[in-house]
Design a protein around this ligand. Structure first.
Ligand SMILES: Cc1cc2nc3c(=O)[nH]c(=O)nc-3n(C[C@H](O)[C@H](O)[C@H](O)COP(=O)(O)OP(=O)(O)OC[C@H]3O[C@@H](n4cnc5c(N)ncnc54)[C@H](O)[C@@H]3O)c2cc1C
Length: 403
């Protein structure tokens, strides 16, 4: 008999959520992560309330601030105010958040081993086997690859070879300690004392954007753009950062300076092979328009758990194919719409300016953009409303987006 019902490789939001939900179903589950937590994860640390709404425990202890929305700067200088007097998201440090999720998995009964680097995965008709860098071989009935964009599970088992430059975005990220007063001065909103919003700057980095996400006394600042089009992203970010420091009269202490890739082209072709499922970034579950991936990592884990329970109970790996149906039904079309929205926006600086100008001038389009950013409705519904509004009220501008 294999050692475990399920092995999960990767203890990010996707893997930890899967471990918790599977352990809650009384399965024998092992989670392996090469890092020791809390670990640094390059991330802006912003989550719409879609995440807290699907988790089965409070995350308040790790939330540094709540977000009142976003201020969006267009290349030509328009400022689209996508803030409102209500909070719709959390701002936190990923080290804290991911550690909480990992401990919640342990609390539910999952066995968690940190500092274990998986270097290979194999599967046959009866079991899966993972091999660690120490040469240890561990067996289970089923395997989940939740090991991010460089997934060893996916590569070992033939899901894909690697993420090509056209399918990924490249990001750099710094955590800048500026103090609470500066955070509130730079990112403050008029609705509440100490209330803040996230800032997004289009223009300084072609085919992408720069972000400023406020935490308690830290600003998470970074830049991301399509990898295939990336040219000197670090240099462009540094130039922007020099202006930013001067404009806001700050001299921050840089706590971390990291870089990472994130899937851009949506879900991979196959998310199930044999006895193995991919979830989270390993499966490409990231909204290309915003780079928001935590919510889909968590959602895909929640979809996977009951399917694994059924596969174990029936000793039938074919049941895993229900996972593909499950995620496609839950967010498959939304991912595609988010990709087409991103492709249209990032096609050219002209398109970015046109779309943001429309949002700036037309309150209805501004509201649609607000809802999209705040995760208040599906991309599919919102894009339909946006196209209708543009075609009826701004047909010439709408047409220009496709030329
Ligand atoms: C700069 C940047 C900013 C971002 N900002 C946001 C944001 O503000 N909001 C948002 O929603 N999303 C954001 N994202 C995307 C988000 O970080 C990911 O979508 C999310 O982390 C995916 O979760 P995951 O659990 O699938 O993978 P990850 O969080 O990447 O976790 C994978 C885990 O697997 C482990 N692992 C990897 N390989 C192995 C191995 N061989 N053996 C053992 N363990 C292994 C790693 O140590 C890691 O802990 C951002 C991404 C980047 C790069």
């Amino acid at each position: 008999m294999p050692d475990y019902d399920v092995i999960i490789v990767g203890g990010g939001p996707a893997g930890s959520t899967a471990a918790r939900r599977i352990a809650q179903r009384n399965l024998n589950v092992l989670l392996l992560d090469k890092a020791t937590f809390p670990r640094v994860k390059p991330c802006a640390g912003g989550m719409t309330d879609r995440v807290r709404n699907v988790l089965d425990f409070s995350i308040d202890e790790v939330v540094q601030r709540r977000s009142f929305g976003q201020r969006v700067y267009s290349p030509s200088g328009d400022i689209v105010d996508c803030t409102r007097p209500v909070t719709t998201g959390d701002l936190l440090m990923r080290g804290d958040f991911d550690t909480l999720l990992l401990r919640k998995a342990e609390e539910a009964g999952a066995k968690v081993r940190e500092g274990v680097n998986v270097v290979n995965a194999e599967q046959d008709a009866d079991k899966v086997t993972v091999t660690t860098s120490e040469g240890e071989r561990i067996e289970a009935k089923y395997l989940i690859g939740a090991d991010g964009i460089n997934s060893v599970v996916a590569k070992s088992l033939g899901f894909y070879k690697r993420w090509s430059a056209k399918d990924a975005a490249i990001c750099i990220e710094i955590e800048a300690e500026v103090g609470e007063e500066a955070v509130e001065r730079i990112c403050g909103v008029p609705y509440e004392e100490k209330g803040v919003a996230v800032h997004i700057y289009f223009g300084p980095v072609p085919f992408g954007y720069i972000w400023c996400f406020p935490k308690k006394s830290i600003l998470s600042l970074g830049a991301g753009c399509m990898q295939a089009k990336a040219k000197n992203i670090k240099g462009l970010f540094n130039k922007w950062f020099e202006d930013f420091k001067e404009k806001h009269d700050i001299d921050p202490k840089i706590i971390s300076d990291t870089a990472a890739r994130v899937p851009y082209s949506g879900a991979v072709k196959k998310t199930v092979i044999g006895r193995t499922i991919l979830i989270g970034d390993a499966a490409g579950f990231v909204y290309p328009f915003s780079g928001e991936g935590i919510v889909l990592g968590v959602q895909s884990a929640i979809i996977a758990a009951p399917i694994l329970e059924k596969a174990v109970a029936n000793s039938n790996p074919r049941i895993l194919t229900e996972f593909e149906k499950g995620w496609k039904q839950a967010f498959g079309s939304d991912l595609k719409v988010a990709k087409s929205t991103a492709d249209l926006m990032f096609k050219s600086e002209k398109n970015l300016n046109t779309i943001l100008r429309l949002a700036y001038e037309d309150q209805v389009i501004g509201d649609i953009m607000y809802k999209m950013i705040a995760g208040l409705d599906s991309y599919k519904n919102l894009q339909r409303q946006q196209v209708k509004r543009i075609l009826t009220k701004h047909p010439r501008a709408g047409l220009s987006l496709y030329i």
